[in-house]
Design a protein around this ligand. Structure first.
Ligand code: PRX
Length: 652
């Protein structure tokens, strides 16, 4: 690693930073390690607003945690109401840009009003704490408003990314057993309408427990409204204004006093089976993690204009577009559309016009924009930026260097943040005023985060050895359960290394204690920073009438990190392979969503299997990565399959 350059923060950055020295970090880290309960308990007391104080910081019945036991709190109150008593009342909470160019600036006072009105609508429709809502919306303020209105009442929400298909939406709605769906007619993406309500209608054929579909009018296109089930957001909203008193009551809808462990949201993510897992996050601990990392990692200052480009449909959008920034009183930018629409400088144009100071995006977005040339960012004044962030996958040093020089003007530290849907908030990341950065390393664990690298037997691997990344102590924003499946929760995360949380990532620690996260060790691909299980794509493929068997692996991709590569054997029949390939790609878009479409489909006579019949994905991975196979193949049932698969590639 010694040949890599390293980047200390500038004196100017350090002078203004929330945490300014390694000593300060070490003190926090040691305090947290020595007495985690005292550390987190004191932060929760001071940083969050409680209706009723908690009596116990942590009740740890491994692997089930209860944080801040006995406390009563509300996330929506912490994101909104408490700021209204301060100068933040008239500060922009959200700066919104629609893809077509429409814009809205919503202050904390206005956001509070809008959230209260929606919460009243939901109450009027009969929803209350303990109910469940699926939210399927474009990236518009009403998406954030929906999350906050649900949180205000204690309705557990599950946001489904707008790029998921009707089938995927249905699976999630059923698993959550949701009674309510909040959606929009559509949203804008690359100048075209994404017709969300149509997908909701299709998804609800077999979801008898959904009572209402609350629909926001965004694109104004014709959609079907089912009598007795579908209601327009704007009509419900208008009905609140029957009298001056009713308006006032709607706009001051009180936040419900909820238990610290009340389920805030369930977010589905890919696991190693075909069925996505519903990751459960609860109230107080999640909020504390999201809020503290805004201060520590993003070094949030009162005047920052903060922009995380993630979609709220992913965990990054939950924690770093909505809950974290608003709990911390930040101004958070929301952009509806694609980064390359109408041109490749859309992001830089927004940074310049909005004077964004903290910018957080993914390596995939960075790599895609590098390819378009430096003239796009160079045409903009990006001098408002002071801090950059990266998330979702390892960032390669070349992309890091470009981000640092071309976007950051060699002035802005880059926080490479490692975390997961399950961790709720950032776990390993530089503190930007403290750490001398090394491109490609997420550097050090945050205070209160105790990680290690272990070998296949769960023994500490030591420095400079690749191994499995584990987390050894509970933390407040940790996953509480897999919705409806505690056995899977125990088995997936807590059975590999006794007493520790198994991340599913490989990593290495260098002599300075810096962590280098290398990627997944399970059958989960990372495509454009989105997790996708090989099994999920396989089970969708074998549902197609032509497919006998399928094996899916991730192959390295210059822009998206990994791309989906499917090996498919066909049922007997006279198939036109060229048109079948197209059809299968379309099929995956229909079954899962367009982002899961295979980059490559290889038709083959057979798949390599062990004697016990397990597909040897490792071999397939090697074929797509190197077009060669190394390592142990003694368990292969039929070695000839292997040479045939490699030959297939040569024919391409
Ligand atoms: O493999 C790691 C990778 O993304 C996985 C988590 O994916 P998801 O739950 O969808 O959350 C993505 C956003 C937090 C991890 O197991 N990953 C995430 N951030 C990094 C990363 N890999 C390397 N470096 C990162 N900074």
């Amino acid at each position: 690693m010694s040949q890599l350059k390293s980047y200390p923060p500038s004196d100017e950055f350090v002078a203004a930073a929330n945490i300014k020295s390694r000593q300060e970090y070490d003190t926090l880290y040691t305090q947290a390690q020595e007495d985690a309960a005292a550390f987190w308990g004191s932060l929760a007391e001071k940083q969050l607003s409680w209706f009723k104080p908690f009596t116990q910081t942590l009740d740890w019945q491994a692997p089930f945690a209860k944080w801040f036991v006995g406390g009563k709190i509300n996330v929506s109150y912490n994101c909104l109401d408490r700021h209204l008593e301060t100068d933040r009342k008239d500060k922009p909470a959200l700066i919104f840009e629609g893809e077509p160019g429409d814009e809205r600036i919503i202050t904390y006072a206005e956001l509070h009003r809008l959230v209260c009105r929606l919460a009243t609508v939901l109450k009027n429709l009969g929803y209350q704490a303990g109910d469940r809502a699926v939210i399927y919306m474009p990236m518009i303020p009403e998406l954030a408003i929906s999350l906050l209105a649900c949180a205000r009442l204690g309705i557990t929400h599950s946001v489904v990314f707008g790029g998921f298909s009707a089938e995927a939406l249905k699976a999630r709605t059923l698993d959550l057993d949701a009674q309510l769906v909040i959606t929009a007619d559509g949203g804008w993406r690359r100048g075209k309408e994404v017709r969300l309500k149509d997908a909701v209608d299709e998804s609800l054929h077999d979801c008898p427990n959904v009572r209402h579909v609350l629909t926001y009018k965004r694109t104004n296109s014709a959609i079907a409204m089912k009598d007795g089930r579908d209601v327009w957001w704007h009509e419900q909203d208008a009905s609140l204004d029957a009298t001056r008193e009713s308006t006032q009551a709607a706009e001051t809808c009180p936040a419900v006093e909820l238990d610290s462990e009340h389920p805030l949201f369930v977010l589905y993510t890919s696991g190693t089976t075909g069925k996505p897992k519903g990751i459960l996050h609860t109230t107080a601990g999640y909020l504390l993690g999201a809020q503290m990392t805004m201060k520590w990692v993003f070094d949030l200052q009162e005047k920052d204009i903060y922009w995380c480009t993630a979609d709220i449909g992913w965990v990054t959008g939950h924690s770093y577009v909505v809950y974290g920034p608003l709990a911390a009183g930040a101004t958070s930018v929301i952009y509806e559309g694609a980064p390359d629409f109408p041109a490749f400088d859309r992001l830089w144009d927004i940074v310049e016009r909005r004077k964004v100071s903290v910018f957080y995006t993914s390596p995939t977005a960075i790599r895609a924009l590098i390819r378009q040339g430096n003239h796009w960012p160079e045409a903009h004044n990006l001098s408002s930026l002071r801090l950059l962030g990266s998330v979702g996958e390892p960032i390669n040093p070349a992309a890091w260097e470009w981000y640092h020089s071309v976007i950051g003007g060699n002035r802005c530290p880059i926080v490479d943040t490692w975390w997961q849907t399950e961790t709720g908030s950032i776990m390993i990341s530089p503190l930007p005023g403290v750490v001398t950065l090394k491109p490609g390393s997420a550097t050090l664990p945050l205070p209160g985060v105790v990680v290690d690298i272990v070998d296949a037997h769960g023994r500490p691997a030591g420095n400079n050895r690749e191994g499995f990344l584990i987390i050894k102590q509970p933390w407040p924003s940790m996953i509480r359960n897999i919705w409806g499946d505690p056995e899977r929760f125990k088995e997936q995360y807590w059975s590999r290394v006794p007493g520790a949380y198994f991340t599913g990532d490989a990593a290495r620690r260098d002599d300075e204690g810096f962590y280098w996260v290398l990627g997944r060790v399970d059958d989960v691909m990372n495509v454009s920073g989105h997790r996708l299980s090989t099994m999920e794509v396989e089970s969708a493929l074998v549902h197609h009438k032509a497919v006998a068997e399928a094996a899916v692996v991730g192959k390295p991709h210059e822009i998206t990190g990994q791309a989906v590569c499917a090996f498919v054997t066909l049922k007997k029949g006279d198939w036109d392979k060229a048109s079948l390939e197209k059809e299968l790609r379309q099929w995956i878009a229909h079954e899962i969503g367009p982002f899961a479409r295979p980059d490559e489909i290889r038709f083959t006579e057979a798949l390599p299997k062990t004697r016990s019949g397990k597909i040897m994905r490792r071999l397939l991975r090697e074929i797509v990565t190197n077009n060669a196979v190394a390592g142990d193949v003694t368990t292969l049932e039929d070695l000839s399959v292997l040479s045939h698969l490699a030959a297939l590639h040569d024919e391409d």
